[in-house]
Ligand binder design. Structure first.
Ligand SMILES: [Zn+2]
Length: 78
């Protein structure tokens, strides 16, 4: 039972906490492992990370409308 125990759904659920490093180290590690194997989750993680960088850089809590729409369509299409 040393297979992946974390699912894509769980990764997506925890993505924000993961990016903030708010998870316990073993969960963080499991997500890391999942991301190395799962291209879907990896792209999503990279997308979110870049989005956050942009939001932080622009000094506002609110993501630009265009980016918000991209996030929404990304979530819907998954
Ligand atoms: Zn995945």
């Amino acid at each position: 039972m040393s297979q992946d125990i974390i699912t894509c759904e769980e990764v997506v659920d925890r993505l924000f906490e993961y990016l903030d490093s708010e998870l316990d180290p073993s969960t963080q590690e499991e997500i890391d492992r999942h991301l190395r194997r799962c291209h879907d989750c990896f792209s999503r993680k990279e997308f979110e990370r870049r989005l956050r960088e942009k939001v932080t850089a622009s000094g506002t809590e609110k993501a630009p409308e265009r980016l918000k729409q991209r996030v929404e369509s990304l979530l819907k299409n998954h």
